[in-house]
Design a protein around this ligand. Structure first.
Ligand SMILES: *Cc1c(COP(=O)(O)O)cnc(C)c1O
Length: 452
């Protein structure tokens, strides 16, 4: 039976409804909102059971097939899933039924590889069908840029331009972006991450660039979120003793793209007991859950879990939308969501840098569990939840989102030793870098876009 394809609407409700394919290529909706699916299909009992016997690539196929329906041929989707996922996905048992899922074995040692690897292939495929050449423009504070650069490198129908704040990324993060060449252009901006983001926004809003087919690879793009629902199903299916067994996930959250993946998985039928929203001191969402008042944190607080230094997460508008509310791009709640249901589904925890460091030390001492700051925030969030609700015997997974070796300066200060570098990181160290430096002004960027 043919299903009509799912439509996507903008969280600002002032843009036309479009297909997944259009939403993927556009990125941001023309009214400044984010695309959200009208309905999320549930997996059948049989489909959920089949995941128990599927490897990661097959699981990705089952889930993405369900969401994309007829928008993509099965054989093409299968090839994309096979091609995208060839790395390990370790699940470490820590105590009782509490686990850490390591999403750090991809080509750039960050969980963002899971989304970038599939999104890049989908975009390239649809661009070739439409006979267009896309320019993907992205601002990064580190991990997004490298995951995007690696995933898009060598694609025929897409050029990538990445902006990063010159002084704010580590040397290894910079090399992960600047040593690829080909269709990947990297620009160091003499400014901060917020400046990079502002320049990118300016380009998207510049009518004189409308002929340039600009698109975004930040998690405002719905294509970044769908692939992130797969590892929730996959990890649960490795551990659950039956298809009804409930699970708790602790998610280290910055822009809430990772959590959105989990929410989509739950809508599709994953039996999630609770999502723990674990943040650093940028705790606007845990505060909102506690008080019902949302206020952005501006400027955001600099914490050692740097990828989560977000004072107003862009994907929160999507979560509000899925819970019946409306939030504009400035974080103003125009219509209240169902706060009771939000509180039932989520538990918010904020973890200070001091507690993050202590968690890195303690979890290594007690369990030989090696965590970097983001994974430590999530693990601490889970510990606090278990303490409050006495659920230590329930199945629970804490997500580790980056390889500890990416944070070796911090780890060696805390633990007195550093993590072994994975090959993917070793490989870039001696390669030649290629990037340009620009002042923090828009005409320079525009020039580069026009001259590509
Ligand atoms: C991006 C990132 C996060 C935050 O993920 P969101 O989807 O933005 O919530 C957490 N940890 C690491 C290591 C990241 O790179």
């Amino acid at each position: 039976m043919k299903r009509s394809p799912i439509k996507y609407y903008s969280t600002n409700l002032r843009a036309r409804e479009i297909s997944f394919r259009e939403a993927l290529l556009k990125g941001l909706a023309p009214d400044g909102g984010l695309y959200v699916p009208f309905s999320i299909p549930s997996l059948s009992k049989e489909e959920i059971e089949s995941i128990f016997f599927s490897d990661y690539q097959e699981t990705a196929f089952i889930i993405l097939k369900k969401i994309l329906g007829d928008e993509l041929e099965e054989s093409i989707l299968m090839n994309i899933c096979r091609d995208a996922y060839s790395f390990r996905i370790p699940l470490e048992r820590i105590f009782n039924r509490n686990y850490v899922l390591r999403l750090d074995q991809g080509p750039t040692a960050s969980f963002k590889d899971f989304a970038a690897q599939v999104m890049s292939r989908l975009m390239n495929y649809y661009a070739s069908l439409d006979k267009i050449h896309l320019t993907v423009l992205t601002a990064t504070s580190g991990d997004t840029g490298s995951a995007i650069a690696s995933a898009f490198q060598g694609l025929e129908n897409i050029d990538v331009i990445i902006l990063f704040p010159f002084g704010e990324v580590t040397e290894i993060q910079r090399k992960q972006m600047t040593t690829l060449g080909k269709n990947i252009r990297v620009i160091a901006v003499d400014g901060k991450f917020d400046d990079c983001q502002r320049l990118v926004k300016q380009a998207f809003n510049d009518a004189s660039l409308s002929g340039q087919q600009l698109s975004s690879a930040n998690s405002i793009n719905i294509g970044r979120l769908l692939p992130q629902s797969v590892y929730y199903f996959y990890s649960w299916s490795r551990l659950a003793t039956n298809p009804d067994e409930k699970i708790i996930f602790s998610v280290p959250s910055g822009n809430y793209g990772n959590l959105m993946g989990g929410i989509i998985a739950r809508e599709m039928g994953l039996p999630v007991e609770k999502f723990i929203i674990s943040t650093n001191s940028n705790d606007e969402v845990p505060r909102y859950l506690a008080t019902g008042v949302y206020s952005t944190i501006n400027p955001s607080v600099n914490c050692i879990s740097s990828a989560m230094n977000v004072g107003h997460p862009s994907n929160f508008a999507r979560i509000i939308a899925l819970y019946g509310g409306i939030m504009d791009e400035n974080g103003i709640i125009i219509k209240e969501p169902d706060l009771e249901r939000l509180r039932r589904d989520f538990y918010g925890v904020s973890v200070s840098d001091e507690d993050t460091r202590e968690t890195i030390l303690e979890s290594y001492r007690r369990y030989r569990l090696l965590l970097e700051p983001h994974g430590a925030v999530a693990w601490r969030g889970l510990e606090i939840y278990q303490d409050v609700f006495k659920t230590a015997d329930l199945l629970a997974i804490s997500l580790e989102t980056a390889h500890p070796a990416k944070f070796n300066d911090e780890l060696s200060r805390i633990l007195g030793f550093s993590a072994e570098m994975p090959d993917s990181l070793m490989d870039v160290i001696d390669k030649t870098e290629d990037f340009i430096k620009i002042e923090n002004n828009y005409p320079k960027l525009k020039d580069i876009i026009l001259k590509r």
